[in-house]
Design a binder for this molecule. Structure first.
Ligand code: DGL
Length: 279
């Protein structure tokens, strides 16, 4: 059986388009319904309560829109608010980016020493550490918040001396500990892939949570027999994109994360999102 309903995806901003990009790469027929909370970006320095509330508002906006799977593409919202989203009464599967990234890192570590980088909220929440320990309690994890990475990417400075300096400061301590695997636990970090790899050296494997989340979504849709019908590339053209703010740089940033232009974006007011929880 095929199912033409879209996949719902949300993020604190446009970084979640790195997950959307992987979805379209491996499942070009799938349509998505994406919401980027650009008005309230970034989430990474906020309290767990606030992040959880934002995540619930967005999930309650997307769930009634006839989606077949919901992906919390934001590492910060996945680390802090996934359970809150999963508790909302609905019948569809809901996944975050933490478990797919954690599983991939466990499969790849030989030394049983995994580094995790993300926002302050992601690292403080310890969700990656718990997910890895649940799979193999003998693995040691080392979390490092990297709050300057996302702004560097937002400013287009991913291939720059300043990015290299910041990467060295954040990552050398992890290299010294002897990790052999590093989880990129933020939507923005795939854009710093080269700088991060160059800094930690070729012997440390980088785990891109966006890629593994897209694969997990594919496995779920296959298992439920609800993959999209249709011709090869219609997915992106028939997708819908929402944002809570459209800054002058919006189109450029979206193209950066997606690797191509996205179709027209509709603005959703914060009032509308907030009302989704009150209803
Ligand atoms: N999407 C966010 C994440 O993956 C980007 C950073 C932020 O909002 O602070 O954590």
């Amino acid at each position: 059986m095929s199912d033409s309903r879209p996949i719902g995806i949300f993020d604190s901003g446009l970084g979640g388009l790195t997950v959307a990009k992987e979805i379209f790469r491996i499942m070009p027929r799938e349509k998505i319904l994406y919401l980027g909370d650009t008005a309230r970006f970034p989430y990474g320095g906020r309290s767990p309560e606030t992040i959880g509330t934002f995540a619930e508002q967005i999930a309650r906006f997307l769930i009634p829109r006839d989606i077949k799977l919901l992906i919390v593409a934001c590492n910060t919202a996945s680390s802090v608010g996934l359970e809150r989203v999963q508790k909302i009464n609905h019948s569809m599967p809901v996944i975050g980016v933490v478990l797919p990234g954690a599983k991939a890192s466990v499969m790849r570590t030989a030394e049983k020493k995994i580094g995790i980088i993300g926002t302050k909220a992601t690292i403080n929440a310890g969700a990656y550490t718990r997910a890895i320990a649940d799979i193999d309690a003998s693995i040691k994890t080392y979390g490092k918040p990297c709050p300057l990475f996302a702004p560097l990417v937002e400013e287009g400075l991913f291939d720059s001396d300043i990015a290299r300096l910041v990467a060295q400061r954040y990552l050398y301590p992890l290299v010294d500990i002897g990790i052999d695997c590093l989880v990129l636990g933020c939507t923005h970090y795939p854009l710093l892939y080269e700088v991060i790899q160059e800094t930690v050296g070729a012997s440390i494997q980088l785990i891109d949570s966006a890629l593994w989340t897209a694969k997990e979504a594919q496995d779920i849709l296959l298992a439920l027999d609800v993959l999209a019908p249709g011709s090869e590339s219609e997915g992106i053209a028939n997708s819908a994109f929402y944002a809570t703010d459209l800054s002058p740089d919006f189109e450029k940033s979206a193209e950066l994360f997606m690797g191509k232009k996205i179709p027209e974006v509709e603005m959703i007011s914060l009032d509308e999102l907030v009302a989704c929880v009150k209803e």
